[in-house]
Design a protein around this ligand. Sequence first.
Ligand SMILES: Cc1ncc(COP(=O)(O)O)c(C=O)c1O
Length: 307
Amino acid sequence: MGMNRQIWYDGRFIAWEDATVHVLAQSIQRGSLAFDYVSVYDTERGAAIFRLPDHLARLIRTCEIMGLPLEQDLDTLIGACIETVRANPGSHSIRICAVLASIEPDVVPIDPHLSIYIAAYDTVSDIIGSRPYERRPNVALKIEREKAGRREDIIPPNAKIAASYTAPMTAKWRARKEGFDDVLLLDEAGWVTEAPTANIFVVKNGALHTPPGSKVVLGVTRRSVMRIAIDAGIEVIEDDLAVDDLRAADELFLTATSAGVWPVLRLDQDIVGNGDVGALTTSLRSTYRKVVTGQDERYREWLTYTD
Ligand SMILES: Cc1ncc(COP(=O)(O)O)c(C=O)c1O
């Protein structure tokens, strides 16, 4: 896995297998690793990173929310990501990790240095390898009624930090054993929030509905799809959604860097809409695909070309 890959670490490159931290490191013990995940697409003009400044701005915001002392500014991080993609040909993903790597006696570290690791790789060849792994083209989604969503009083939902993923992991693991692909997390009051690593959209009477930004990780794909929809004259409404709104949906889809626009065809035991991928989902998915691969001039500024 990751053979011959170079990882950017605090301003220099190290080998993939050397990008390790101690098991007692603060971030491992306390779940304080902040991160972001970005896609790299093959385009006619070579490898292009999708909305890199927006992803890095989200990482910077996560560090601000959580009080993590990030030492690098946006321009340094942009340059580092471009360099890392160049150093790792054939990459389709970038993962930027901010880690409190020192061994600490308490939750507040004596050594506040936040190490930055940037990995650029291909998920299939470098991460999955020969292990069994399947992502179905359409999703069967289980509604997670237990308090497994992000709670404002524990970690603000906008922060993309490792500890936020523990409860969703447990819920999704259980759902997988029941034959679902993913879970949809509700907040304490029962409103819909998001899936563990994706935002949700409802299509109803030709309009798009999605939960408010205050309740979710602010997905870059979410924002892109909203902009594409608005530009196409589609109404987009950010508002609280109840489970019943999902049940009454004409179409449902998830959005995420790793999956793009991902149709949901089953919700708990019910079929969504008429059971097929809907017209608006199909059209947004296809436009999104063109946008990320540089085939739509209108959104070219979202791409950072690296060649
Ligand atoms: C909790 C959560 N919601 C939504 C998303 C989707 O965000 P993006 O579209 O930027 O990948 C992610 C991405 O990893 C996430 O972790």
